[in-house]
Design a protein around this ligand. Sequence first.
Ligand SMILES: [Zn+2]
Length: 268
Amino acid sequence: MDEARMADYARKINRSSRMHLMAYVDAAEQLARFIEKSGMKMRPLKSVMACAGTVTEESRSIIGRVFGARVHNKYGSRECADMACECAAGGFHIYHTGVHLEIVDDRDQPVPAGTTGRILVTLLHNRRLPIIRYEIGDVGALKDGACPCGSPLPLLERVEGRISEFINSTDGAYVSPVYIRHLIGVVHNSGAIQKFQFVQHGSAEYSLAVQMDASCDDDAFRETATRIRCDLGKVLGPEAQLTVSRVADIPVSDSGKFLCVRNLHRSK
Ligand SMILES: [Zn+2]
């Protein structure tokens, strides 16, 4: 989305009488950042349903603030459709009447609530194409207990993103994409970083492409890059080889999603 298109989307949302918006979370966050920066006034919505990506605290905060709406995280996929969504009380309910979700460890054993693991999906009503314990490629955790809204549907605690987004440090440990997004997009972002993409290419080879605001000069970029390199080095290990470059644009993937963090090494 370029700025002209984002301005057009914002005007269309304001002209429409609809009160609910559903959007890819990264697209909604990008639009919200543009609207806030441009100073446009938005009429408040009732809800924004954010899907197709990880809803972070930062994305939830800015989307909610700009659109004046509660943000509902929705979990689904093209092949399994909608599987979970947050209610008004914040519970992340699994659509248990149509789908059974399991969270398992590397030995395919169920993990306790609160523990992160691979998500396996079993669809209960798809008789044409049975999907049983399907490894969907996402990582998440279940949650114990009841939701204050009173719904009996079971709860997810979180979906942390795609396995393909998990980075391995040089000693093989898993590094969550949520951590990397927070470190670069929030901790080291004074507002000049517009977009970034962190990629693992080999067991110790990594690259970071950063799209900075046009007003940011090269000295400021180098300073930011040095600080990020220092913090990432602590997590990735002393053997890590990281190249950091400033780029004019970072394209979205073929599916239309923008991937901040990718592990091309594991998918080889
Ligand atoms: Zn609830």
